[in-house]
Unconditional design. Structure first.
Length: 255
């Protein structure tokens, strides 16, 4: 099988998986609203905490968005010990280059705030990340802005980039992740209190997934990177191994 045919087969497999999950979500929504059905379906995670080392076949960890970093250790570049409740954009020298340190939860409107921060620091060459995730749409917009600006993205020390944050990481023209850092993904959802008719909710999910798939293709990321995200429930996180980060082209260099 040629590399082109293998890649095409992998993409088709991901799309079939997405379709199957969408049908399952639709059935749950028809049986009851999304906010009631999903929590009842998912029992509390019994996975280890995020700071438990991962190894092949044991990469799923308990995930609870927290105001504190979810990985022990020294944080670089003056990143605050308490995880900010929305993104902070702090000008810092990063590995000898002018940069921005982005830390905190990604909130709606943070993409516009990032554009302002970049305009105020036009010499920025590097982006250092530390975030538990948040707004998918804002993360995608920030990732695209980073790619348009030709910036390098990185995780240094024991920083984390989880949930929607990897889309910011993927925006870098070059991307590095330290051995002590964690990059993780899971299923995206729209809030625990969302009550929508099934066809509207599924349409919204499909549109969001379409935006994510388009983003991954534009960034040159292997679509297989989506498989663990689709299979991991929102209260857990799948942590990529270093080999997966390279195989799926999430990183371009080792750190």
């Amino acid at each position: 099988m040629t590399a082109t045919r293998a890649s095409s087969f992998g993409a088709r497999g991901v799309m079939r998986l997405i379709l199957g999950l969408q049908v399952a979500i639709a059935l749950l929504l028809i049986a009851g609203d999304m906010g009631a059905a999903l929590p009842n379906l998912l029992s509390p995670s019994r996975q280890p905490a995020l700071d438990t080392p991962v190894e092949p076949g044991d990469q799923t960890r308990r995930f609870t968005p927290s105001p504190r970093p979810m990985q022990p250790g020294t944080l670089p570049y003056g990143i605050p010990a308490d995880m900010p409740s929305r993104l902070l954009f702090e000008p810092r020298e990063i590995d000898g280059d002018p940069g921005l340190v982005i830390s905190g939860t990604i909130r709606e409107g943070d993409a516009a705030r990032f554009a302002d921060a970049l305009a105020s620091n036009p010499d920025t060459a590097r982006i250092a990340l530390h975030s538990p995730g948040g707004s998918v749409r804002d993360a995608l917009q920030i990732g695209r802005a980073i790619r348009d600006a030709g910036l390098h993205t990185q995780l240094t020390g024991s920083t984390v980039c989880l949930s929607a944050c990897p889309y910011i990481l993927m925006g870098g023209t070059t991307r590095t992740v330290a051995d002590q850092a964690s990059v993780g993904v899971h299923q995206h959802y729209f809030g625990e209190n969302t009550i929508l008719p099934a066809f509207i909710a599924v349409e919204s999910i499909q549109r969001g997934q379409g935006e994510v798939m388009s983003f991954l293709q534009d960034m040159g990321i292997d679509l297989r990177a989506m498989q663990p995200a689709l299979l991991t429930p929102p209260d857990e996180i799948y942590v990529y191994l270093p080999g997966e980060l390279q195989e799926y082209r999430i990183v371009t260099d080792t750190d």
